[in-house]
Design a protein around this ligand. Structure first.
Ligand SMILES: Cc1cc2nc3c(=O)[nH]c(=O)nc-3n(C[C@H](O)[C@H](O)[C@H](O)COP(=O)(O)OP(=O)(O)OC[C@H]3O[C@@H](n4cnc5c(N)ncnc54)[C@H](O)[C@@H]3O)c2cc1C
Length: 350
């Protein structure tokens, strides 16, 4: 185990801000994960598990204990199909987008719309990653975990993971208990691309043949890049944690209230099938209609010039500045629309 002290965390995150880790270690196997956990316990250090650092705001003082980066690699396709599905066992430390590319090349359908999402495979079950109408919960068959409660490695089936919108047991009821080592995905061999989302439909409008998985992957990456939602070196709009707020899910009466408030201002609340399905509303719309235009600047932080939902580090930002802008947005949206926006990224060391 190669233990580092006072290791900078900012370069390991897509936001590129925040302080150092008191201790830092990278684990390439379940045995190394176990050793790292034992080290933290022996010193009574708080433990934080790091994946690709794409959904984090690290505090300016950093993390006072051990940061364990899970770097377990490997994409293995099982030789036989199971229940008509092609099955992949993937190390938690693999790049998610590398796996998607692999799956698409193998003609496995089910994750093509999740192309271009940064971060690790191990990070995907945590908030049940989703985009363009797909969520990983639809293709995850099981998750292999190290259970900090009893030090055992065990397999959790999909149902045990308690998936819902941007949520699972890993970020709610059992937060901090499990370290994800490997994820098993079951994909549809030779399946068709999922093309229900408005942006994708628009992209392929007028085409006579149905786009295949590879074309869909390219389209998703293209659309994401235009929204600053693809990590493109040199693009200042992607120095972020992606969407900073979840799309609020409203009750019937909250929805009616929002419609009335919008009508009084001469607006119609946008609704798309993908949102309506879960009674979700667009957080980006609420933000823009609260006076925060794309490109809004607030010192070293701001709002992406391509997407109102992303708070960006415009260079040299601190976590405190990010949180100040977050507070400002939450406050204004709640004041005008009576809807409380909930942040999506994980706050580390606050
Ligand atoms: C430009 C951009 C676009 C994005 N677009 C999307 C999108 O479309 N949809 C979406 O859902 N998300 C999106 N995200 C958010 C983010 O990419 C995902 O949530 C991603 O899955 C996080 O994975 P990660 O490995 O980077 O996790 P990290 O950011 O390192 O960690 C996030 C959380 O997961 C935990 N974690 C990570 N790995 C493990 C592990 N092995 N075991 C246990 N816990 C672990 C951490 O402790 C932490 O609580 C975007 C982010 C950016 C920067």
């Amino acid at each position: 185990m190669q233990l580092q002290e006072n290791a900078p965390l900012a370069p390991l995150t897509t936001f590129r801000l925040g302080g150092p880790a008191r201790y830092f270690v990278e684990a390439n196997s379940a045995a190394e994960v176990q050793q790292a956990v034992a080290f933290a316990e022996s010193k009574s250090l708080p433990l934080f598990v790091l994946g690709g650092g794409s959904n984090l705001v690290v505090s300016d003082s950093g993390w006072p204990g051990l940061v364990l980066k899970v770097a377990i690699s490997g994409i293995e396709r099982r030789s036989a199909e199971q229940d008509g599905k092609v099955v992949f066992d993937v190390g938690a430390g693999e790049s998610w987008d590398r796996f998607v590319s692999h799956a698409v090349m193998a003609h496995g359908a089910g994750v093509e719309c999740l192309s271009g999402i940064p971060g690790s495979v191990g990070g995907t079950p945590v908030q049940n990653v989703g985009a363009y109408g797909q969520e990983v919960s639809e293709t995850i068959a099981s998750v292999e975990v190290f259970d900090r409660k009893d030090g055992q490695v065990r397999e959790l089936c999909r149902e045990a993971c308690g998936f819902s919108y941007r949520s699972s047991i890993f970020n709610t009821s059992e937060r901090g208990r499990f370290i994800i080592l490997r994820v098993t995905y079951a994909l549809t061999p030779g399946g068709e691309a999922y093309l229900e989302y408005a942006d994708l439909k628009r992209h392929f409008e007028g085409r006579e043949t149905r786009p295949n998985l590879a074309e869909t992957r390219e389209a998703v990456r293209y659309i994401r890049a235009r929204k600053g939602m693809l990590i493109v070196p040199g693009d200042p709009d992607c120095q972020s944690a992606g969407s900073f707020f979840k799309n609020p899910v409203l009750s019937e009466s909250q929805h009616e209230d929002l419609d009335k408030r919008a009508a009084a201002k001469g607006f119609t609340v946008p609704s798309y099938p993908a949102l309506e399905k879960n009674r979700k509303i667009s957080a980006a719309w609420l933000i823009e209609k609260s006076g925060f235009a794309r490109g809004y600047g607030f010192g070293h932080v701001g709002i992406s010039s391509k997407h109102a939902l992303a708070i960006v580090n415009r260079g040299g930002a601190t976590a405190a500045e990010v949180l100040a802008l977050k507070d400002q947005i939450q406050h204004r949206v709640e004041e005008i629309w009576a809807v409380r926006l909930e942040p999506e990224p994980v706050m580390v060391g606050f």
